[in-house]
Design a protein around this ligand. Structure first.
Ligand code: ZN
Length: 347
């Protein structure tokens, strides 16, 4: 049996935060735990809590600290104590991931209110949380609703938008890796989920200028692309359509330098350039589009030493050994990794 769980409600628009109250009362929720970050609470968390209270929902708040599994455990405890019926996550990638995984563990629904468009976890059933012993995402649950306010998101630093573009453009490679695994390993492959992920990448690349300029239409395109990628993962039942060798490269960098400063989508974008070269895709065009949106395309722009890029390329295939990609089972030799990074201008 192939089980598909999709979000029930997706709201994208300007000044739509007040809708969170009506949304919760329509679903019949009377007690909510609002999970936010220390900064994002001021940006949108407080307003969301107030809109919920205005709709007669009892609200308690939780501010995410380090964003690791300890936070997840604390949230699950709070949910139990409060008898909360829903977790509303208001924040960036880390907050959304922690809130999503906690709600899943507490067996209650999750509502996603992103304050930035930096990665595709906004609508996906997956979460990356530190302390689980896995550098990559784990299955959590599909958000019941996604409320993405274009105004709030356009107020986030421009760098987050560029990172979101990197995470979407990455699908050019991840879908190729999936097809390859289907051919070589007879892995399940879903054309619909693959097409949805690929179409998102295509639309973001076509609208790169509008996104760069912060035009609401461009931001909306990026948001819808990120949400579509999440839906592609819901349909596939895993992150397969949206995470291939380029994500493994990003996770390998994180593994080598746990304190790494660059953003998830920024690393994935650089990984996409190199893996696109291996796949014989138009990596120059991919690099151009990343440059257009202001995303990093080199190790220097990522703030990472060249040796670390080479090392990450040689260990990337070990990140998820069960997930076959263009890196094969043996991965790249040091010489091949160095050549790849040089020929694509990453180092
Ligand atoms: Zn990603």
């Amino acid at each position: 049996m192939h089980r598909i769980e999709l979000p029930r409600l997706v709201l994208v628009g300007e000044d739509i935060l007040p809708a969170v109250g009506e949304c919760c009362s329509n679903f019949g929720f009377k007690k909510a735990l609002v999970v936010s970050g220390s900064k994002t609470y001021d940006v949108a968390g407080r307003s969301v809590a107030e809109f919920l209270m205005d709709s007669g929902v009892y609200v308690e708040r939780f501010i995410v600290g380090t964003g690791d599994v300890e936070d997840v455990n604390r949230i699950v405890e709070r949910v139990d104590k409060l008898g909360a019926e829903v977790v509303v996550g208001v924040g960036g990638g880390r907050v959304i991931d922690v809130a999503k995984l906690s709600s899943h563990r507490a067996h209650i629904p999750f509502i996603s209110v992103p304050t930035s468009a930096s990665h595709d976890g906004i609508a996906s059933p997956m979460a990356v949380v530190k302390g689980l012993g896995k550098p990559h995402s784990v299955k959590a649950q599909t958000p019941l609703a996604i409320i993405a306010d274009v105004q709030v998101i356009s107020g986030a630093p421009r760098r987050f938008l560029a990172s979101g573009c990197g995470d979407v453009i990455a699908k050019c490679v991840s879908v190729k890796d999936w097809r390859l695994a289907h051919k070589v390993k007879d892995e399940y492959y879903g054309e619909y989920a693959a097409s949805l992920a690929l179409m998102s990448a295509k639309l973001v690349m076509e609208n790169a200028e509008l996104i760069r300029d912060g035009i609401p239409e461009g931001i909306r395109t990026l948001l819808e692309a990120l949400i579509s990628c999440g839906v592609a993962m819901c349909i596939a039942g895993s992150s397969r359509p949206c995470s291939g060798s380029e994500h493994m490269f990003s996770h390998a960098l994180e593994l080598l330098d746990p304190g790494i400063k660059c953003l998830h989508g920024e690393r994935c974008g650089v990984g996409t350039i190199m893996m696109a070269y291996l796949h014989d895709l138009d990596w120059v065009d991919i690099r151009e589009k990343l440059r257009t949106v202001g995303a990093p395309t080199t190790a220097r722009e990522l703030g990472v030493p060249p040796e670390l890029v080479v090392k990450a390329l040689t260990i990337a295939h070990k990140i998820r050994p069960e997930r076959y990609t263009i890196l094969g089972e043996g991965g790249l030799t040091k010489g091949a990794a160095e050549r790849l990074a040089r020929v694509t201008g990453v180092i």
